[in-house]
Unconditional design. Structure first.
Length: 301
């Protein structure tokens, strides 16, 4: 029997074959997302158990179509006596926004190019951008899908880049570091909320990569930097080539900097996604589109 406090991330009310209503929930506890179902949901429960609510649930975990699901037996809203901090509940254990932000501020000074320094400072000095960047998740489901996950991923990418760049002397260090800082900045426009993120209209229609490039163009214009400046063009190419795209019209990495950033991003995304899976053995993981080994169960089978 599973028991604990969760925040309701998503909720969908559906009708069963017998005409009764039930709710499908996505529950979040730290960096874990759990699908859950409450049968025969009442009108009162529909009013209470809405997204962003913190609840205590008890139920049985079952596996359905290679995915774990909690069938809820008991559920109630958290009270003041429970002393549950919502942002701590949905953050990764040990994650400190303040420490990460301080670390990132130090890392920004690693960029030596005046043009790229100017660009990064124009974007990061915007209070509205900074507030979202330090609270939003990096995604809805697969990786860093928790409060301040985007900030953590940027710091992780910068840390990995600073470790690897000394091995590759011909790679333009500043381009890679600027890409780590700005490659996902468009997610603050692609998502709409740090607690229960959904894609915005522009996020669905344009996508976070293009939104990142548009934010770079706007910042360059504000600083009176030519949008066709060689460093800016290289930076935008590096960001546009960050995903494994197969269409002939897609931007594929064509520079050393774009190749390095592509693999840094892919490595970080996939390893963190694998880390978030709690199920032992070989569960199917949608990001990989195949079964992946996670860890042995307690019996070592």
């Amino acid at each position: 029997m599973e028991s604990g406090f969760y925040m309701i991330r998503e909720r969908e009310i559906k009708q069963a074959a017998n005409g009764s209503l039930y709710a499908n929930f996505t529950l979040q506890q730290q960096h874990n997302l759990l699908s859950a179902r409450l049968w025969d949901i009442t009108d009162d429960q529909q009013q209470k158990f809405v997204p962003k609510s913190v609840v205590k649930v008890e139920g049985a975990i079952e596996t359905f179509r290679s995915k774990q699901m909690l069938t809820i037996k008991k559920i109630r809203l958290a009270t003041e006596d429970d002393q549950i901090n919502r942002t701590e509940l949905i953050s990764k254990p040990g994650l400190s926004r303040e420490d990460l932000w301080h670390e990132l501020r130090m890392m920004m000074d690693e960029i030596e190019s005046p043009t790229l320094q100017q660009l990064v400072k124009e974007i990061y000095s915007n209070r509205g951008i900074r507030e979202k960047l330090t609270t939003y998740p990096a995604g809805k489901t697969y990786h860093h899908a928790y409060y301040a996950g985007l900030l953590e991923q940027i710091v992780e990418l910068m840390t990995a880049a600073l470790q690897l760049l000394p091995l590759y002397k011909t790679v333009n260090r500043d381009i890679v570091l600027a890409a780590c800082l700005l490659g996902d900045i468009g997610k603050i426009q692609a998502l709409n909320d740090p607690l229960t993120p959904e894609y915005t209209a522009v996020g669905e229609l344009i996508g976070q990569v293009v939104l990142s490039v548009e934010m770079i163009n706007q910042a360059a214009q504000q600083q009176k930097i030519d949008g066709f400046n060689k460093e800016i063009v290289q930076l935008k190419h590096t960001i546009l080539g960050q995903y494994d795209q197969t269409e002939e019209t897609s931007v594929k990495p064509k520079t050393a900097e774009a190749i390095l950033y592509f693999y840094l991003k892919r490595m970080n995304t996939e390893l963190r996604a694998l880390e978030q899976v709690n199920e032992a053995g070989f569960p199917y993981i949608p990001l990989f589109k195949r079964k992946m080994f996670t860890h042995f169960d307690e019996e070592g089978e």
